[in-house]
Design a protein around this ligand. Structure first.
Ligand SMILES: CCCCCCCCCCCCCCCCCCCCCCC/C=C/C(=O)SCCNC(=O)CCNC(=O)[C@H](O)C(C)(C)COP(=O)(O)OP(=O)(O)OC[C@H]1O[C@@H](n2cnc3c(N)ncnc32)[C@H](O)[C@@H]1OP(=O)(O)O
Ligand SMILES: Cc1cc2nc3c(=O)[nH]c(=O)nc-3n(C[C@H](O)[C@H](O)[C@H](O)COP(=O)(O)OP(=O)(O)OC[C@H]3O[C@@H](n4cnc5c(N)ncnc54)[C@H](O)[C@@H]3O)c2cc1C
Length: 627
């Protein structure tokens, strides 16, 4: 029935103030107001329609994304939106586009690695989108191993220029988003060669296309790398390939905050650490962690609402069947994901703070917390994206057959989300960075250098003191185990940041209690999942393990009446969710039925191809048919 809230009985069961929880989820009353306003603005504007995306060809999808990006930019200017509002607009438009890399990587790279002078020259152009940038680091032959990049930047003192060149096929830039068809400029990473000596990989601002007619500049071969996984919305992004043939750029287009090349051809390093060349990755990894809670909460919202609508088995005396959300098996798969969405939200908030703190310190030339910030951003990026990608797929399965329909929103969400496990650092490679940081810390235990911040706990772990000697040996051999240790360290971070959140004042009837339940689910679920490790290391006894399991079951029962309200607190519009199964009113079946008839295949009753292929089969005329 139209206009009826089929989930009203669920909403009436909730035991806490949903509006107050919405504010906790958003981060602050102000953030809630902005987010709520912009989400409604996007949802009500037909210019941001996205329900037809899966039926568009690649070319149509790409062009439509160009239109949306231009329309979004016009909206931002016409409505004088602030940076915060513009970011929310991008979020709710919910379409990957070249603009992400321009704002999320190109601009941060110039800010982090450019000199004052370079920032003054390039940032105003980039902020007004008079130039559009991409981040051209990865090559066909190397992505993870940045020091293995083959593109060269050779200084020519005669002309005061760098010659950027792709000496091999494998040195072709490959993957950068926005590069394929849109970007006018790139931050291109290349091996610097000065006076015949190699000086490591550095970033260079390179113009790719004419600002008049968009044609590639001389010496550039550039294009799109082709269709990507899932045929979904990520194909709106023009991930590109680029080859340089002795392209000349002025010397002042090398990003020179970390190191400089003088006009005489002298290579100089500032007193800032070389690792700042990786600064843009630190920034983006932190935003990816914040985004993980959004993608996971979206999938969980869909699966939770649908689980309350869907009924299978269990009818008593002709009464209604059981809502699948009432099955303990469904709860034990769904509620840990609900708890994870909240946990990732809070650890994402904390990481934002950590990033702001390290940025401030770097500006004041205090580099002391950079290794810890790198380990936290890398590790949490890996942990949260892996769990989120797996969680979206689990939500699809939790929705049974209908979860496989595009109109459930889950296949596209998965296809768009899953590359987050690979880009910005392949997840295992990032965990190895965390492991390296942890081993370095262990090797220093007992020395005058005391671990602080997120690794302070190590001094309290007696066992670590005993194994500190020789931990740097055999790293490669033990790397599979060390990666598990890195995951455990990151899990500890997530749990401890959730607990810290609960130590703050949280207003609203029942809100803190609900969060306590979710925090306990998150922690106990991990304990349950890894009980083998806990038992084998003697951290818990079998009795503890059994108690934890009992407690988990009881916690699931406490969540059950609040489940719908807990996902309502995400405050997602139906437009953003893009899912019939997750629609707010729960009126799933009529909407599914209606949507099926809108499929292009149903435009005609007898399909195209009938006369050519079906009829000859049926009439046994296949041998004479022209196929
Ligand atoms: C249609 C809609 C339109 C709307 C329009 C609206 C417009 C306006 C809206 C505005 C809104 C803004 C929206 C913004 C959105 C932002 C979202 C972002 C989008 C993201 C898109 C993603 C695209 C993907 C991009 C990429 O993938 S880029 C390429 C990334 N590549 C990698 O990550 C490579 C991974 N490899 C590495 O990082 C390194 O090579 C390595 C660390 C693995 C190894 O490095 P190395 O070889 O040097 O080895 P070492 O291990 O020896 O390291 C040396 C030391 O350096 C330390 N280290 C390493 N990394 C770092 C670091 N990052 N920071 C600090 N320190 C680092 C090591 O720890 C070592 O230290 P030690 O010597 O002390 O041990
Ligand atoms: C959708 C998408 C968008 C992207 N956008 C951009 C962009 O805008 N700009 C850009 O520059 N790049 C971009 N990339 C590239 C991306 O950053 C790289 O693909 C990523 O860093 C992984 O590198 P790789 O492809 O070389 O993987 P590989 O390193 O080749 O990984 C293959 C396998 O090898 C393993 N492996 C690698 N090294 C080690 C090791 N040392 N120890 C143990 N195992 C190892 C990995 O765990 C993985 O299982 C994008 C990629 C994707 C998918």
């Amino acid at each position: 029935m139209e206009g009826v809230d089929h989930l009203a009985h669920e909403r009436n069961k909730s035991e806490f103030d949903v509006d107050a929880m919405k504010i906790v989820w958003a981060g602050s009353p102000h953030a809630f107001v902005v987010s709520d306003r912009i989400s409604k603005l996007v949802a009500s504007d037909p210019g941001f329609r996205k329900d037809n995306r899966s039926t568009l060809s690649r070319k149509e999808l790409f062009k439509n994304t160009l239109r949306k990006a231009a329309y979004a930019w016009k909206t931002i200017i016409d409505l004088h939106l602030s940076e915060e509002e513009a970011a929310k607009l991008r979020f709710y438009v919910d379409e990957p586009a070249f603009t992400d890399v321009h704002w999320g990587m190109f601009i941060p790279a110039i800010k982090g690695q450019g000199t004052e002078e370079q920032q003054q020259k390039w940032l105003p152009l980039a902020y007004k989108m008079q130039i559009i940038g991409c981040y051209a680091q990865t090559e066909l032959g190397h992505g993870s191993n940045v020091q293995g990049l083959e593109t060269t930047a050779t200084f020519d003192p005669q002309t005061d220029e760098f010659i950027i060149h792709s000496p091999t096929l494998t040195s072709s830039k490959w993957w950068p988003g926005g590069l394929g068809k849109v970007a006018t400029h790139a931050i291109a990473y290349a091996l610097l060669i000065v006076g015949g000596r190699e000086q490591g990989v550095h970033g260079f601002i390179v113009q790719l296309r004419s600002l008049e007619d968009h044609s590639p500049l001389p010496g550039m071969t550039v294009g799109d790398i082709g269709m990507k996984f899932g045929n979904g919305a990520y194909n709106a992004m023009d991930n590109g390939v680029l080859r340089f043939d002795h392209v000349r750029i002025p010397r002042n287009q090398m990003l020179m905050r970390v190191s400089q090349v003088t006009c005489e051809g002298k290579y100089k390093q500032s007193d800032v650490p070389r690792q700042l060349v990786y600064g843009a990755m630190l920034y983006v990894r932190q935003t990816i962690v914040a985004d993980a809670s959004c993608a996971l909460s979206r999938a969980v919202c869909i699966a939770t609402r649908y689980s309350a609508v869907r009924r299978q088995f269990g009818s008593q005396n002709g009464g209604p069947e059981t809502q699948v959300i009432d099955y303990k098996t469904q709860q034990s798969r769904l509620f840990p994901l609900l708890a994870s969405a909240y946990a990732f939200r809070f650890v994402g908030e904390w990481l934002k703070w950590l990033y702001a703190d390290v940025t401030q310190r770097l500006q004041a030339n205090d580099f002391s917390t950079l290794p810890e910030a790198h380990a936290c951003t890398a590790g949490l990026k890996s942990l949260t994206t892996t769990a989120t990608a797996d969680g979206i797929e689990e939500c699809r399965k939790l929705c049974g057959g209908h979860g496989y329909l595009c109109s459930s929103g889950l296949p596209e969400l998965f296809a768009v989300y899953v590359p987050a496990c690979t880009y910005e650092g392949e997840n295992t490679v990032l965990l190895l960075q965390v492991a390296r940081f942890l081993m370095k810390t262990v090797s220093q235990l007992g020395s005058s250098k005391k671990p602080v911040g997120t690794i302070a706990y190590m001094t309290r772990v007696e066992h670590l003191m005993q194994c500190r000697c020789g931990v740097q040996r055999g790293f490669a051999e033990l790397s599979a185990d060390l990666v598990e240790a890195a995951v455990a360290h990151c899990q500890l971070l997530v749990v401890s940041k959730f607990i810290e959140k609960l130590q703050q004042e949280i207003p609203g009837k029942g809100v803190k209690q609900q969060l306590e339940v979710l925090c306990n689910i998150y922690a106990l679920f991990l304990l349950h999942k890894h009980q083998g490790d806990f038992l084998s290391t003697g951290c818990i006894t079998p009795k503890h393990a059994a108690l934890a399991n009992d407690e988990l079951r009881s916690l699931y029962s406490q969540v059950r009446p609040n489940a719908i309200a807990l996902v309502d607190a995400f405050n997602y519009t139906d437009h953003y969710l893009g899912s019939i199964l997750g629609c707010y009113d729960g009126n799933v079946y009529p909407k599914l039925y209606e949507a099926a008839w809108k499929d292009p295949l149903n435009e005609s009753v007898v399909p195209d191809g009938y006369h050519q292929y079906i009829r000859p089969l049926l009439k046994q005329e296949i041998r004479t048919a022209r196929l």
